[in-house]
Design a protein around this ligand. Structure first.
Ligand code: NZQ
Ligand code: ZN
Length: 386
């Protein structure tokens, strides 16, 4: 295991009705805030009304930014920064899924950025940030408990991550009942995203990280059991609660500390989103099994065998057979959730941008991935996905 620092400062308010405790934490640092949300699901489900009443009772004023899109765009960040500056807002409250939260994090940092905001994202130039609070409505990205945000600039087909401890939310409300209304496809995509966050760390060049491996395997089994249950019964509280907590733990540094490599599937998928604006988790469901096929060799075999035996319960004595069955089971599981198995299933019918996307993907440090990947490797993975 490598040396590491683990820092997870976010206060998690988990469970039914825990939103009632949020205003007291906001009040400690602000009495006038930006409240941001997406395309309207929070109004339809009623969580917006609940939150608005609580803020009002606590004497917290707010200015709203609505219409943040999935794969949040730099334009929403610009809009939010302007509002914060114009109204002298002192904190940012995200009400929604990962896209809303990520946009809010970029806004929180953007308020202090001198110069162009895309430049800030492109260079990860985070010097200071307003405090960020979140009310999570969908289990997937783990943004509610980490310091990352992913922002898109569709004009130049770029999707980039910013990362800073300053962006870790001060407090996040995780009420599983808010996820009852997440549509089947988004629930399934969220499950694939959570699993990918775990797998990107589990397949590591660092051996003997028994704690991280054990936590990862347990979280993966949670995703498999409760991911299916949530897709079948959207109002299953136990399923939603387990998925929600798994989403936070999968990518708050717990499974990657002391083991992390550059993330292959995310680098490859982010380019698909940047060019085709697809749903992140659905893209990962296509890319991950193809990446597995590409990297399976005698050097990686041991890890695949652990994955097959400990996560999927595969028995047998032939390592390659176990590894191949583990890959097949991963593929079948995503398909059983109703996720597409190919790029065509995501509406991508041509290899037109494979080279451009591969060129950009490898810049995410793929030379230092679990299995180092070149542009040719990435093109081969895209081609296998088609
Ligand atoms: O916009 P609204 O109307 O709210 O609808 C959303 C959106 O259409 C809907 N939704 C969310 N909660 C709902 C709901 N519909 C009904 N009921 C609810 N309770 O779901 C749709 C998708 O929402 P979105 O926020 O885009 O999903 P997700 O949480 O998967 O976020 C995806 C974004 O996060 C980035 C992805 O790249 C993508 O841009 N990621 C962020 C990470 C991070 N910050 O650490 C890591 C991830 O790997 C990922 O890259
Ligand atoms: Zn992800």
């Amino acid at each position: 295991m490598r040396d590491f620092t683990f820092y997870a400062p976010t206060r998690i308010l988990f469970g039914r009705g825990k939103i009632a405790e949020l205003p007291v934490h906001i009040s400690k640092c602000a009495n006038k805030i930006l409240l941001a949300y997406g395309g309207g699901s929070v109004k339809r489900t009623g969580v917006y009304d609940t939150l608005a009443a609580l803020l009002e009772n606590a004497g917290i004023e707010w200015v709203e930014l609505s219409g943040i899109q999935p794969n949040p765009k730099i334009d929403s960040v610009r809009e939010g920064v302007e509002l914060c500056k114009k109204h002298d807002l002192k904190a940012v409250l995200a009400l929604g899924g990962g896209s809303v939260i990520d946009c809010c994090k970029a806004i929180a940092a953007g308020v202090y950025h001198k110069g162009d905001l895309w430049d800030m994202v492109d260079k990860n130039a985070i010097k200071r940030a307003l405090p960020v609070f979140t009310v999570l409505t969908m289990a997937a990205t783990g943004s509610e408990m980490n310091g990352n945000a992913v922002i898109s600039n569709m004009e130049i087909n770029e999707k980039k991550a910013i990362k800073s401890e300053l962006l870790k939310p001060v407090a996040s409300v995780l009420d599983p009942t808010y996820t009852f209304t997440v549509p089947r496809f988004q629930t399934a995509a969220g499950v694939a995203d959570i699993m990918s966050h775990i797998l990107e760390c589990y397949f590591s060049t660092v051996h003997c990280a028994a704690v991280q491996d054990g936590i990862s395997e347990a979280l993966l089994k949670v995703c498999i059991e409760y991911g299916k249950a949530a897709v079948v019964t959207p109002t299953d509280y136990t399923a939603r609660a387990n998925l929600m907590w798994a989403s936070s733990l999968a990518i708050n540094g717990l499974t990657s500390c002391g083991t992390g490599n550059a993330w292959s599937c995310h680098a490859i998928e982010h380019q698909l989103s940047a060019y085709y604006d697809i749903t992140h988790g659905a893209g990962l469901a296509v890319v991950t099994p193809a990446w597995f096929d590409h990297i399976l060799s005698k050097n990686t075999l041991d890890k695949f065998v652990s994955y097959g035996k400990n996560v999927w319960g595969i028995k047998g004595n032939h390592p390659f057979a176990i590894a191949k069955e583990a890959i097949a089971k991963t593929r079948e599981f995503f398909a059983s959730l109703g996720l597409p198995e190919t790029l065509r299933g995501l509406g991508i019918h041509s290899s037109e941008y494979f080279h451009d996307m591969a060129q950009k993907a490898v810049k995410d440090d793929l030379a230092n991935a679990y299995v180092p990947l070149t542009e040719e490797d990435v093109v081969a993975i895209y081609s296998a996905c088609l």
